[in-house]
Design a protein around this ligand. Sequence first.
Ligand code: TYD
Length: 142
Amino acid sequence: MVKKSTKLIRIIKIPKIYDDGYLCIAQTPDNVPFNIKRVYYIFDAKKDLPRGKHAHKKNKQILFCIQGKVRMHLDNGKKKEEIVLSNPEDGILLDKMVWHEMLDMDEKTILLVLASENFDAKDYIRDYKEFLSLVSFKDKKQ
Ligand code: TYD
C-alpha cells in the first residue's frame, strides 16, 4: 500500500506476517510501483558519515531500514523533509530527481534498497547546485 503522508515523503507499508518469526513482503505491483531491476543493501555504515548526497535522473528506489535506524533527508528543490525509519515494514519511496541523504546510521543499521534501474554512474547527480538548476529548469518548462 502506497501511503501519501506528504507530497515529498511517501511511506510504503508492506505486509508483515508472523510464521515462527517475521516475514515482510515487497512485490510488484502490490506495493512496489515499478519493476525491480536491482536490489542492494548497505551495512556496517560509519556513524557520523552521511551517505547518499545525490539524486537520480531516472532511477526510482524504495529503501527499507530492516535493522537499526536511519534518518532520511529528502529534498526536491522546493521542499525539504526528514523522517526516521526504524520499522522493517515501512519503506520510503525515493523518486527520481529527489536529493536524498542518509544520516545517523551505525554499524547495526541495514538498509535494503529496491531499484527500478540497473546501476549507471551517469544517472547520478552528485552536485547539489547542478541538481537545483536541473529541477528549476524542469519547472520552467512545465
Ligand atoms: P552510492 O550510491 O553513492 O552509495 P550511497 O548512496 O549509499 O552513499 O554508491 C557507493 C559506491 O558504490 C559508488 O562508488 C557506486 C557503487 N555502486 C555500484 O557500483 N553499484 C550499485 O548498484 C550501487 C548502488 C553503488
